[in-house]
Design a binder for this molecule. Structure first.
Ligand code: FES
Length: 170
């Protein structure tokens, strides 16, 4: 699965291919918003332009097109922003990548943070979808076991031919 390396937070987060970048960040407790966005944001509709992220240029293992193409909303809203900026709520993760959250705030010791983030290769992603947890497999397994057991039990119970014990023991 793709890995998002959040440079500011120094965290790697795995997600499903096609997941929304904003939703992944919020789920993982990563702060996307500056003060304005915390006070009020559009909830992911692409209207408040407060969920900026900077996509750091490719690193080893990170493929091109790590995020989906700019949406029409982004093309309008990001006209006067650096080309590497995206709106997290508009971007779906396709492959592993490095991002800097809240690029408008600046990042202390940016160059060394980026150097450190780039030093570890990323898995290319997307790789395999995760196997379902064992608990989701159990009902199917039991149903199959019951279906297999029933046909073999029925004929001996209903058939009067050979093998069955008389009910009264004679
Ligand atoms: S959350 Fe408002 S533009 Fe992304």
């Amino acid at each position: 699965m793709p890995v998002i390396r959040f440079v500011r937070e120094q965290r790697d987060v795995e997600c499903y291919p096609g997941e929304n970048l904003r939703e992944v960040a919020l789920r993982e407790g990563i702060e996307l918003y500056g003060l304005k966005g915390r006070l009020g944001n559009c909830g992911g509709c692409g209207q408040c332009i407060t969920c900026f992220v900077e996509v750091v240029e490719l690193v080893e293992g990170g493929g091109p097109h790590a995020l989906t193409e700019l949406t029409g909303v982004e093309q309008q809203k990001l006209k006067r922003r650096p080309q590497s900026w995206r709106l997290a709520c508009q971007a779906l993760v396709q492959k592993s990548l490095l991002v800097v959250t809240r690029p408008q705030v600046g990042l202390a010791d940016r160059e060394s943070a980026l150097t450190q983030a780039r030093s570890q290769p990323l898995p290319e992603g997307p790789t395999a979808w995760p196997a379902p947890p064992p608990s989701e497999m159990e009902p199917d397994t039991e149903e199959v076991a019951e279906e297999v057991a029933e046909p073999s039990a029925s004929p001996s119970a209903t058939s009067g031919e050979g093998g069955g014990l008389p009910v009264d023991g004679r």
